[in-house]
Every structure is written in C-alpha cells, then in structure tokens.
Design a protein around this ligand. Structure first.
Ligand code: NDP
Length: 480
C-alpha cells in the first residue's frame, strides 16, 4: 500500500513531514498514514507536470499516448482484486461493488479514452480570401483533478483518462478520507511506463492543499466533483487566474413513479436508486415522487424492501450495503433523520445506526420517510446517505413541477409504460441525465453532468474531450 506523494514518478514524503490518517469506516481503525502535501510539494508536482508537457509527453505521438492510456486500464484490471480491496477498505463500500463495478468501470474509462487519443483533430475552414486556415486541437495544459470520497477511483478515472488522452498532464488530489486508490493508480502509471510528471498524486486536506491548487498559477484547469458549496468556492478562487473549471456537484434527484408503471420494477428502482453506494452517490434518487393513487401501497413495498437490506461487513462478498464513509457523514445522515422527524415526516423504515455484530463501524439502516412535503429540509437538501424522502403528486404536471422544484439538476427517473408520457416528462425534467424505467445506469460513452446548481461541463463520452482541449486557428497567406 503506497502512502507517499507521487511526483515526477518518485515517491516522497511531504517536505514538512506532515501526514494524514486514513480510517476504515467499517472498523474505525487507522489503516494507513499518508503524506500531507504543502505548497512546496504542490509546486514540485506542478513543475513536473509542466516539464512533462513541454518534454516527453508533449512530443509523444497521439497513438502512442493512446496506447499508454489503454495500458492503464489493462493494468488496473490485472490488479483489480488488490485495488478493489483498497477501495472498500477506505470507503466502506461492499467489495462486490468495488470489484465488479468500480474497478472495471474505471478500466473501461481509460480504454474508452485511449481510443480517442488519435481521433482528436482540427479542421480546415473555407475562409474568404486566399488563405489556408486550419485549426489545431491542443491540450489545455496541467489539469488538477480534485476527487471526492464516494467513488475515489472511478471519479479520478473520469478526469484523468480524458485529460491524458487529450495530451494534458495531471495532478490528482484525492479526498483525505480515501487517498489509497489514487496512490495505487500512480503505482500503475509507473508499471505502464508513463513518463515522469505525466501523472502526479498529492494527498492532503482540501481546506489547505485544495485551496493551494485552486490558486496555483501553474495549473490550467480544475476538474472537480464534490459538494456544491465547495464548487462555489472553487469557482470564485479560480477566477483570479481564470482557470478553466468543470464542476460535478450535488443532487436531489427525483424518481417519479406513475401508476401505469411496472410497479415491481419501480420498487426495485426506487430502492437501488437510493441505497446503491449507501446513497453516497451524487445522482442518488433521494426524492421518490409517487402518484397519490398508489402512494401507500407503493411506499409499503419500498419500506419492506429497505427493511430486508441489512448492512454487513464490506469485505464479505455477499454484502450489498456497506459502511457509511466516515463518522462525520454518519453524523450528518443522523442529523437529517432527526430533522425529518422534527418537521413531521413519517419514518417507515430504518432511521437508526446499525451494528453488524462487531460493535464498531459507521453503519446506518436504510431509511425511508413517507409524508414528505416539498418544503421539508429532507426534500430540499442533499443528504448523501441512504435516506429516501417520499413525496406524493396528483398528476403529470404536478409531478414535473415537484421534480423541478430543486436548485439541483443532476439526474431524474420516470417510471411508466406510456411511451408518450415517458418522453414528454423526460423533456420537461431539468436534469443532466434522465432514466426511463431504470436507475443508476452509466456508460463511459454516455455524458454525465449537471443542470442548474449540480454543476456544468460533462464527464465521460465525446463531450468531455471539449473540456480537455483548446482550439488554435492557424492562418497561412497563400496570396502570390
Ligand atoms: P467536498 O466537496 O468538501 O470534497 C470533495 C473534494 O474537494 C475533496 O478532495 C476535498 O478534500 C476537496 N476540497 C474540500 N474543500 C476544498 C476547497 N476549498 N478547495 C479545493 N478543494 C477542496 O466534500 P466533503 O467530502 O466535505 O463532503 C461534504 C458533503 O459534500 C457531503 O456530505 C455530500 O453532501 C457532498 N458531496 C457530494 C459529492 C458529489 O459527488 N456530489 C461527493 C462528495 C461529497 P478533502 O477530502 O481533503 O476535504
């Protein structure tokens, strides 16, 4: 397990010698102590990234670059068991998710963008006058990837893979709680022979190191996923150096169930929509909007399913619900549960801290509230935990109005067998992703990102390439 900073293909301690403890949320034990970088460490990483851009990385052919990015994906899969284990140890998510979903999705992301590397090109433009005018599509430069703790490896891959494929160099800052898989990715970078400085990992607190990244004049772009308030601060901070930014922020995504849906499938969708990833998913279906005519029966079924979902040891391959990622997040979830009760919502499942028989770990029962009204705190604020707020609606227009009654707009789902209604509602929803009769489906080829205060810029797909390249116009005078 790596615990030092990775700068210019070298492992080193922070200049100050400062460190951070990493806790396993399932056992409450310190499982690693990693370096905590300061300004001089960050300067070194940015300098290495710039030198690589101006040197070996910048002069590599696009196809060769693509081959190296492809190999990152291949090596990730070769070391999938080890990396999945680290992901589960620091995040608390079930090993099943880490091994079967997160690591393969990260590998796929590298291999998807590897294919793009030699297909990113400019164009010739039929301008007036006797000129040859063409464009070059060039990398933006040094990219900082600031990554949260909920999908530490995958959300790093969403940023690093397109950045490298487009010819940029990268400094990754993982979340303090979950730095281990970004460090493992650095290890893999040396395995595949990425030149020094192309991929660097600096670990340290967002409140200090994160702010230094935002202010750093040597960084050209920040790709961020995390809290909306942090996104606002990054946007303000990036203004001083006019950095490009893409922000993938919070959500309060509505999952709308009409009475003409396949209701058994919708019950499954409502529960996986909120409980997958312990609800620590930016696109979690945290608002269940149910037609009044089926409300009680539907919520009863959702609550019954929630009660059957028992948190377990994340390292057990049979576990489907792991530990909340940290004590702070567990306290946050419990606070929202108390607020919901105080504001008059009806608790129909869960609501309590859970014990998996060890007396340790940050486990929470999957929680469902009925009778939630649109003005309640749990209908408006992102909880980022396994807490579902069920809200009723009367007709299609009210469903749309309630769904859009949020400052967020990351994702939404609609459940109905009526194809016209499904597409009508999909068009009306203010969200970057709309699922019809499904939930939480992702693919590297499909764009993902927010409307409204869920951020801007798209990750994954061809659209992400836009954010990691800039266009240069070249004019050649052909006049005799
Ligand atoms: P943050 O947004 O604070 O953290 C995300 C990343 O940003 C981490 O790497 C963090 O570092 C870093 N960071 C924190 N502050 C700054 C800053 N001022 N400048 C630059 N980088 C910074 O989320 P939290 O981990 O604090 O979680 C708080 C809440 O955010 C959660 O309860 C949840 O509601 C929401 N959240 C939403 C996510 C999403 O995907 N939509 C993901 C994660 C959280 P460090 O870890 O060292 O603080």
């Amino acid at each position: 397990m790596r615990n030092q900073l990775f700068i210019n293909n070298e492992w080193r301690d922070a200049d100050s010698g400062a460190t951070l403890d990493v806790v396993n949320p399932a056992t409450e034990e310190v499982i690693a102590t990693v370096a905590s970088a300061g300004q001089s460490d960050l300067d070194r990483a940015v300098h290495a990234a710039r030198a690589a851009l101006d040197g070996p990385w910048g002069s590599l052919s696009a196809r060769e670059r693509g081959r190296l990015v492809w190999n990152l994906g291949e090596k990730l899969m070769e070391r999938a068991d080890e990396i999945a284990r680290l992901e589960t140890l620091h995040n608390g998510k079930p090993i099943f998710e880490s091994r079967q979903i997160n690591v393969p999705a990260a590998a796929e992301c590298f291999q998807y963008y590897a294919g793009w590397a030699d297909k990113i090109h400019g164009e010739t433009i039929p301008v007036k006058g006797n000129y040859l005018t063409y464009t070059l599509r060039e990398p933006v430069g040094v990219v900082a990837a600031i990554v949260p703790w909920n999908f530490p490896l995958l959300l790093a891959a969403w940023k690093v893979a397109p950045a490298l494929a487009c010819g940029n160099t990268v400094v990754i800052k993982p979340a303090s709680q979950t730095p281990l898989t970004a460090l493992a990715l650095a290890d893999i970078a040396t395995d595949v022979g990425l030149p020094p400085g192309v991929l660097n990992v600096v670990t340290g607190p967002g409140s200090t190191l994160g702010r230094m990244i935002v202010a750093h004049p040597g960084i050209d772009k920040i790709a961020f996923t995390g809290d909306t308030s942090t996104g606002r601060e990054i946007m303000r901070g990036a203004a001083d150096t006019l950095k490009r930014i893409t922000l993938e922020l919070g959500g309060k995504s509505p999952n709308i169930v009409f009475p003409d849906a396949d209701l058994d499938a919708a019950v499954r969708g409502a529960t996986t929509g909120i409980f997958y990833g312990k609800g620590e998913v930016c696109a979690a279906g945290s608002r269940l909007l149910v037609d009044r005519s089926i409300r009680d029966a539907f919520i009863d079924k959702v609550a019954a399913r929630a009660k059957k979902m028992v948190p377990g040891d994340p390292m057990d391959p049979k576990t489907r619900l792991g530990a909340i990622a940290s004590k702070a997040q567990l306290d946050n979830d419990l606070r929202y549960i108390e607020t919901a009760k105080a504001e008059g919502a009806t608790l129909v499942a869960g609501g309590m801290r859970a014990d998996i028989g060890t007396g340790k770990g940050y486990f929470l029962q999957p929680t469902v509230f009925a009778g939630v009204t649109p003005g309640m705190t749990i209908a408006r604020e992102e909880i980022f935990g396994p807490v579902l707020a069920a809200i009723e609606f009367g007709d299609v227009d009210e469903a749309i109005e309630r769904a859009n009654d949020s400052s967020y707009g990351l994702a939404a789902a609609v459940w109905t067998k009526d194809i016209k209604k499904a597409h009508y509602v999909a068009r009306k929803l203010q969200a970057g992703t709309v699922w019809i009769n499904t939930y939480n489906i992702y693919d590297t080829a499909a764009p993902f990102g927010g409307y409204k205060q869920s951020g801007f810029g798209r990750e994954m797909s061809v659209h992400a390439l836009e954010h990691y390249t800039q266009v240069k116009s070249v004019w050649v005078d052909l006049n005799q």
